[in-house]
Every structure is written in C-alpha cells, then in structure tokens.
Design a protein. Structure first.
Length: 220
C-alpha cells in the first residue's frame, strides 16, 4: 500500500498508538513540507513514544519554519512529563541551533533530577554554540555522573571558549580512555599552543585509539 499524506494522516488519528507511531516513521516518505505539518500533530500526541518520535524527527524537518517549532519544542522541554521527550526536545533544540531557548535549557538542567535530560542538555549546548553556556558546562564537567562530565568535555570543545582549556587539560590523565578520547576531540577545536602540546603528549597514550586520534588531529 502506497504511503500518502492521507494515509499517514489517517494513521495519526488512529486509536492505536502503534498505528500513530508507524505514521511518524512514514513521514520520512513524504514531501518535507507536508511531513512538517503532520509531525506537529504527532508532537502533541497523548502517547510519550509517539511524542518522542515526532520531536526527534523535527530535528530534520524544523528548519522549514523555526518560528513555529520553537514554542513547540520549548513546551516539550519544560512541560512534558516524560524525561525521554524532554531529552529529545533538548537534542532537537541543539540540532536546530535555537539559541534563544538557552534560558529554558539552563533552568531545566538545574531543576531536573533526570540524568538523561541533563546529558541531552549538555550535548545540546555544545551544538548551540551559545557563549552564555560556559558556566553551566563548567559545572557539568564536575558532575558525579561520568556520562554528563564526558559530554561536557565535548561541548566545551565545540564552544571553543579558551577559558575551557585549563579545565579540559585536567582530564589528560583521566583513567578512562573513552574520556581521554573525547578530550582529544575537544582539544582539536582549539588553536592555542597548550592544546597542541597536550595533543602531542596524547599521541603517546596507552590507548591506541586515543593515540591514533591525537595523531590524526595533529596531522590536519
């Protein structure tokens, strides 16, 4: 059966959430302008899995009309009762570079107990490139949650604020090679001599993956 706007719309109005979830996946087969209109219906669905799928897909559809999707994403970020949906909203806000949503991201980071939401906010702040995010990322770098702290390393690299260098260099001897690998990727974003010197030292890392990544970035 061919996938058409009408068939997808019909599925979106089904009483079966599985049908509605299938409809969101089928949006990829439609013209983006039509899919954009329909995904907004799904983003307000009563089922969290449907909302999650829709919010995630707005990352690829939302550029068509940022003024329309921004309030929708802000509501999902701050008001949705499901942590997964809030995390997806943070991811999509970062992907669409909606820097005006920074205050909501920062407020939620400090108010939520959900590590996944915190993690997604930190990752989103790297993509946003919002200078105001430096202090929050510095705080996240000191998180007891290793995944959040590692995400902060990457985000500080993307932010490119030279004030981050001393903070990042403290992790050059971290016992976890995955953290050091993320550090290599972060340091590669900086042109300062101390970043280059740290990368040079990391070419001798015990982990072949870390050493190889450091070599690769120095060769570029």
């Amino acid at each position: 059966m061919a996938i058409t706007p009408d068939s997808v719309r019909e599925l979106l109005h089904s009483d079966d959430y599985g049908d509605r979830l299938r409809a969101v996946n089928q949006l990829r087969e439609l013209d983006p302008a039509i899919a954009f209109d329909l995904v907004q219906l799904a983003a307000n669905d009563g089922n969290a899995r449907v909302r999650y799928a829709a919010i995630s897909q707005i990352a690829s559809l939302g550029q068509q009309d940022l003024a329309t999707v921004e309030p929708l994403l802000r509501r999902a970020l701050t008001d949705d009762p499901e942590a997964d949906v809030q995390a997806a909203a943070a991811d999509t806000i970062g992907g669409l570079k909606l820097t005006s949503a920074y205050p909501e991201l920062a407020t939620l980071y400090h108010s939520t107990e959900e590590w996944l939401v915190k993690f997604s906010i930190v990752a989103a702040l790297g993509e946003l490139g919002e200078p105001q995010a430096f202090d929050l990322l510095q705080e996240a770098l000191a998180s007891d949650n290793e995944l959040i702290a590692t995400a902060a390393i990457g985000a500080l690299g993307e932010l490119g604020d030279s004030r981050a260098l001393p903070l990042l260099l403290d992790h050059a001897t971290h016992p976890d090679w995955q953290v050091r690998h993320r550090l290599v990727q972060a340091l590669a974003q900086f042109s300062e001599p101390e970043a280059k010197a740290a990368l040079q030292k990391l070419t001798e890392d015990d982990s072949e993956i870390v050493a190889g990544a450091a070599h690769q970035h120095l060769d570029h």
